[in-house]
Design a protein around this ligand. Structure first.
Ligand SMILES: C=C(OP(=O)(O)O)C(=O)O
Ligand SMILES: [Mg+2]
Length: 556
């Protein structure tokens, strides 16, 4: 009998197929003692396994490219963490086998992370994945992860580690559903990058039996278990209609009455550029440069290496606009050489611009590299700082840009409620704003973006978040400056209309979402978008806001 479950839709499209579960079984090796004279050999075995797993993760990264590559490389570094390796050695020295030593050392590290605060929930999934890989290698059993199947399937997992998401074959994996994760978690961002329909934060998805047919709607977040023939037909035709509508609309982003809203792409490096170009991105609205820094957590990449990566992206958009975000280290993207190790709550600590102002040499090198990369190119370079809290932050960033002789527009991300509340004051120092709705939601609702349990509060339809967007856009309009959105909110087609109605001037998103947003925007006038925005802001919950906007835009 058909049943309906509802999670959070994070990547558009419809997938209908049989369920396959991710191999997440935790391999617990037996706790047997080894004689002292075997310790050295066991330690060698453990190290070899760590190196092999790290090399495998790097190789998977090379294959995947783009943002996924950097995430995988960060995981490889996790595996080679010197303190973890030292702990494994210690455990083996007092009688553990290699596999048990690894298992216990990771468990201790995991507990440490968990006690450091919930912010690390996303990284715990990555850590468990690394441990499972090393233990599986030591035990000589198959790696946990994406199931082997020749037939296309819908993948269900508790959470997806970046290593797995990166290797999902879109021709076999029709879609995926996770129990954990929020709309701005790694899995969600990577799913959109892959263009695979996905639903996250669906507790109980793990109980759907292997082989059951499900229909997943990545736009609404609905999962139909054992869908009826009528439901399947209805979803298939809705999906075909959506696809046809998508290819029918091309060109620059605009409402049906010609109000232009440039549609830009979020990229993590040159590897993401082809998809952005194919989707018709009018430029880049967010270049997350921290992915270039994840290769080596001990030092920043050389100026030369940075020039090369920046130039590759800038060259791809002649006459286009490319907004580069300077390094956003800390919290969910810690870097050893920048991020203090002992912060009780890193999301509220020295991250983003704060950490760059503490390390002016790193900021200077990055700005100089950007300046050199843009030399002689006909691109409109814009550079922005993450985590700007107030006018002093904005001034410090603009001063650093001027000192580096950068010929570009300087801007500030609005990710902290104080920046939205005092946007006009920040705009006295910089030329544009870009709303990072992922962090803005996290800080507005005190809801960690990695934690599935609080995904209700991470919903960008929350009217309080819309109010902050409106405040920022109004401030920019009053100052005659631009205010874009580069958080995941921009990738929701309906919400994109509401953001337009709130006065946002450009929308930046993962490339796969661009056609959906373009097609939806083209169906409505600016006045309709404005009415939808007012209706959404008048609501008291995210769900009501969504329904109210939908009612206005569908002409009900
Ligand atoms: C775009 C944003 O930055 P990131 O997701 O990289 O933190 C955001 O916070 O909305
Ligand atoms: Mg952010």
């Amino acid at each position: 009998m058909e049943t309906t479950l509802r999670g959070v839709g994070v990547s558009h499209g419809v997938a209908i197929g049989e369920v396959r579960h991710m191999g997440t079984a935790v391999l617990e090796p037996p706790a047997k003692q080894i004689p002292a004279d075997e310790a050295e050999r066991e330690q060698g075995r453990a190290r070899q396994a760590v190196e092999a797993v790290a090399a495998d993760l790097v190789a998977r990264g090379n294959l995947a490219g783009g943002e996924a590559q950097h995430v995988l490389e960060a995981q490889a570094m996790m595996a080679q963490d010197p303190e973890l390796i030292a702990d494994v050695d210690r455990r083996i020295a007092v009688g553990s086998t290699a596999e048990r030593g690894v298992y216990d050392a990771f468990a201790a590290y995991r507990a440490l992370l968990a006690n450091a605060g919930e912010y690390l929930a996303g990284r715990v999934a990555d850590l468990d994945d690394v441990r499972n890989r090393i233990v599986a290698r030591l035990l000589g059993v198959p790696m946990p992860g994406v199931p082997d199947s020749d037939e296309p399937y819908v993948l269900i997992a508790r959470d997806l580690a970046p290593a797995d998401t990166a290797l999902l074959d879109p021709t076999l994996v029709l879609g995926f559903v996770t129990e954990e994760g929020g709309p701005t978690s790694h899995s969600a961002i990577l799913a959109r990058a892959l263009g695979v329909p996905a639903v996250v934060a669906l507790p109980g998805a793990g109980e759907i039996a292997e082989g059951t047919v499900v229909a997943v709607d990545g736009s609404t977040g609905e999962i139909f278990v054992e869908p009826s023939q009528e439901k399947r037909a209805e979803m298939e035709s809705a999906s075909a209609a959506r696809k046809a509508a998508l290819s029918a609309v091309t060109g620059p982003g605009a409402t049906s009455d010609g109000h232009k809203v440039p549609l830009l792409a979020n990229v993590g490096g040159p590897g993401d550029v082809p998809a952005a170009l194919e989707a018709g991105a009018e430029g880049v609205g967010l270049f997350r440069t921290e992915f270039l820094f994840l290769d080596d957590s001990k030092q920043a990449p050389s100026e030369e290496k940075q020039v090369e990566a920046y130039r590759a992206v800038l060259e791809a958009f002649p006459e286009g606009r490319v907004v580069v975000r300077v390094l956003d280290a800390g919290a969910d993207k810690p870097l050893e050489f920048l991020t203090p190790a002992d912060e009780p709550n890193p999301a509220l600590g020295v991250r983003g611009l704060r950490s760059l102002l503490d390390h002016p040499d790193v900021l200077r090198t990055q700005l100089t590299a950007l300046s050199r990369a843009a030399e002689g190119l006909p691109v409109y370079l814009e550079v922005m700082a993450p985590m700007v809290a107030d006018r002093a932050d904005a001034k410090a960033f603009a001063d650093a840009c001027r000192e580096a002789g950068l010929q570009a527009k300087f801007g500030a991300m609005v990710e902290i409620p104080s920046a939205a509340l005092r946007a006009r004051s920040i705009l006295q120092e910089v030329e544009f704003l870009s709303l990072g709705t992922n962090d803005l939601a996290q800080y507005t609702f005190a809801a960690d973006r990695q934690v599935g349990a609080v995904s209700r509060l991470q919903d960008p339809w929350q009217p309080a978040l819309l109010d902050l967007v409106a405040l920022s856009a109004e401030a920019a309009r009053a100052e005659g400056k631009s205010c874009g959105v580069c958080g995941e909110a921009a990738s929701d087609p309906l919400l994109a209309c509401v953001l337009t109605g709130l006065g946002v001037t450009s929308l930046s998103m993962g490339a796969a979402s661009i056609p959906y947003v373009r097609a939806t925007l083209a169906k409505h006038t600016l006045a309709q978008c404005e009415r939808a925005a007012s209706a959404a802001r008048a609501a008291d919950s995210a769900d009501e806001a969504r329904l109210a906007a939908q009612a206005v835009l569908s002409g009900e």
